[in-house]
Design a protein around this ligand. Structure first.
Ligand SMILES: [Zn+2]
Length: 327
């Protein structure tokens, strides 16, 4: 008789047939930067996550984090095109060399978008008809990416979902002599309800309308996969599916169509939901986080961008203990 329970009879046997624990090398921690000194401001919807001034981040940088994805914002003037995003004196551009000096082994990636710098909160400027001007956005995004690359970023990650943004940025990086910079495409990024806590952290909610005109639709998964295939053709070094947990099928589908790395962005709402559920007593925090992260890797993600990154030890080092508590 087939008895599958033989394969899980004891803990040692279960461990023997288990997939490997996801390595900490595969985690990228998204970090919100703010201007000023000594700032570490709690984000109410994301327990354990903060807005950091550069000095405080360097001082309290969590041990064991191997890579970061930096998000900037400005407390200065915002304008129609988001020109602050390309300012060589901006908070992201200043943070990169400081982090690299303090932690030479750290991989420093940057989010490339305009929405935290435009007066209207959209990811590109408007054209005469009031639509988001795709090609003008690409031009600005290329300038932002070059400014990050010049500051020493190991990789730039454009997240605006404009057509042609990868080609535009790839060409600009080559033309400006910063061709060693990785180009990580937020290639299949959905318009999602899961970004709420992030927008609180970043002050980046659109003042009018929403982003369904440029971000992918969860009701049209085929086009969402094509978004990644097009970005590969345009010269991306890595692809991405965002969000992760309600899009595990898309992670798998994109992975089956490419040999590029497929990152998954385990977004703010996913992090906040697990915290909220655990606070309400519906599940235990770290075991629930662990189960969800296994799901993302099992679906086919090769790296994960996750707010859990600084909590890797709590989530995975105590694995045997938490296994015993699964019921
Ligand atoms: Zn944006």
């Amino acid at each position: 008789m087939v008895r599958l329970r033989r394969l899980r009879r004891t803990e040692t046997i279960r461990n023997m047939f288990a997939m490997d624990v996801p390595s900490r090398d595969r985690f990228i921690w998204p970090v919100f930067l703010v201007e000023g000194k000594g700032r570490k401001e709690a984000i109410s919807s994301m327990p354990g996550q903060f807005r950091w001034s550069i000095d405080r981040l360097v001082k309290e940088f969590p041990a064991g984090v191997k890579a970061v994805l930096l998000f900037g914002q400005t407390e200065g003037e915002k304008d129609e095109v988001g020109s602050g995003a390309a300012d060589p004196g901006g908070v992201v551009q200043r943070a990169i060399p400081k982090l690299k000096r303090a932690f030479p082994e750290l991989a420093v990636f940057t989010d490339v978008c305009l929405c935290a710098y435009t007066s209207h909160g959209h990811c590109g400027p408007h054209d005469a008809d009031g639509d988001i001007d795709n090609d003008a956005a690409c031009e600005m995004l290329a300038r932002v990416a070059v400014s990050h690359a010049r500051a020493g970023a190991d990789g730039v990650a454009p997240s605006a979902m404009m057509d042609g943004q990868i080609a535009a940025i790839r060409a600009a990086l080559d033309d400006e002599g910063v061709s060693k910079t990785l180009l990580i495409a937020y290639s299949t990024k959905f318009a999602s309800t899961m970004y709420g806590p992030f927008r609180e952290a970043e002050n980046s909610a659109p003042s009018q309308g929403d982003r369904q005109g440029y971000q992918a639709s969860y009701r049209d998964p085929d086009t969402a996969v094509r978004e990644s295939l097009v970005d590969e053709e345009e010269g991306a070094d890595a692809l991405m599916v965002k969000p992760a947990l309600w899009y595990l099928d898309l992670i798998g589908r994109v992975r089956s169509r490419t040999l590029l790395p497929v990152m998954a962005y385990n977004v703010s709402g996913e992090y906040a939901m697990i915290h909220a559920a655990s606070k309400a007593g519906f599940c235990e925090l770290y075991p629930a986080a662990r189960e969800s992260l296994y799901a993302i890797f099992r679906a086919g993600a090769t790296q994960v961008i996750s707010y859990w990154a600084p909590y890797y030890d709590e989530i995975f080092q105590t694995a045997n203990q938490t296994n015993r508590r699964l019921r």
